[in-house]
Design a binder for this molecule. Structure first.
Ligand code: DHB
Ligand code: MG
Length: 218
C-alpha cells in the first residue's frame, strides 16, 4: 500500500536545496516506484535529517527497525564513518531480498548489516549499545521497540520514530488511512512515554508523517 504524501512548498524547497540523493539512493527510489512501494519509505529530506543526526552525535553504531528496500538505511550509512555499522531488520522476506540486492551495490554497503526476521525476536538477541535507534516498522509494535531502544541507547544517543502521527490518527486528522487499535495504543504509548520521561529530552518534528526524536540525557 503506497501512501499519498503531501509535499508542501516548504518541503519541496528543502528537498531541492538540501536533499540531493546519491546514485545508490536514486536506484533504491526507482525500485520502490517500480514496485508500487514509493511513499512507504522516508522522503528524501527525512533521509537527510537522519543523515544529519548521525553526523551531529558522531554515531558509529545504529540500529534500524524496518528496512523496506534500504532507502533510509543508505541515507544513514552514508553519514557513518568507515568503521561505523548499521544493523537493519526487515520482517518481509521479499523486501529483504530486494534490500540485499540494492544495498550490496551501494558504496556504503560495508557498513550495512541487513537481517531478516521478526524484530521483537531478533532484538532479544541483539546485545549492543546503540548511538541511534531508528524505528520505522509495524506500528503496532512501536511500544515494544521503544522498550528495547531505551535499554540499549547510550547517554546522548537518539531514539527516532517515523510515522508518529500514525497517518493522522494522533492529531485527529482523517487521511483516509485506517489504523488498528493495537497501532493506536502503541503509538500513543510511544509518544507519551517519551514525552513524560525524565531520562529523555524529546520533541516531534512535524513532517507529514510525524517524526519523534528523543535523546537520552544520562
Ligand atoms: C507505511 C509505513 C511507513 O513506515 C511509512 O512511512 C508510510 C506508510 C505503511 O505501512 O503503509
Ligand atoms: Mg515510515
Amino acid at each position: 500500500m503506497a501512501h499519498e504524501r503531501i509535499s508542501t512548498r516548504s518541503e519541496e524547497y528543502i528537498t531541492r536545496l538540501f536533499s540531493k540523493e546519491s546514485a545508490s539512493l536514486k536506484e533504491i527510489s526507482k525500485a520502490l516506484r517500480a514496485d508500487g512501494k514509493f511513499g512507504i519509505n522516508v522522503s528524501p529530506y527525512e533521509g537527510k535529517l537522519l543523515h544529519f543526526f548521525i553526523r551531529l552525535i558522531r554515531a558509529k553504531t545504529v540500529v534500524e527497525i524496518g528496512t523496506l528496500y534500504g532507502y533510509s538505511t543508505v541515507w544513514m550509512a552514508e553519514a557513518l564513518p568507515e568503521d561505523g555499522k548499521i544493523v537493519s531488520i526487515e520482517k518481509n522476506p521479499e523486501n529483504f531480498e530486494r534490500a540485499m540486492t540494492l544495498v550490496k551495490a551501494a558504496p556504503a554497503a560495508s557498513k550495512i548489516d541487513l537481517r531478516c526476521g521478526d524484530a521483537v525476536e531478533l532484538l532479544r538477541e541483539l546485545d549492543l549499545t546503540a548511538d541511534l535507534v531508528f524505528i520505522d516498522a509495524d506500528k503496532g509494535n512501536y511500544a515494544n521497540y521503544l522498550s528495547w531502544a531505551v535499554r540499549h541507547v547510550r547517554p546522548g544517543g537518539l531514539i527516532i520514530g517515523d510515522n508518529t502521527f500514525l497517518f493522522g490518527h494522533m492529531i485527529g486528522e482523517d487521511r483516509g488511512e485506517r489504523a488498528g487499535e493495537k497501532a493506536i495504543a502503541a503509538m500513543t504509548a510511544f509518544n507519551e512515554t517519551l514525552a513524560k520521561s525524565d531520562e529523555f529530552v524529546s520533541i516531534m518534528i512535524p513532517t507529514f508523517e510525524g517524526m519523534t526524536v528523543a535523546m537520552r540525557k544520562h
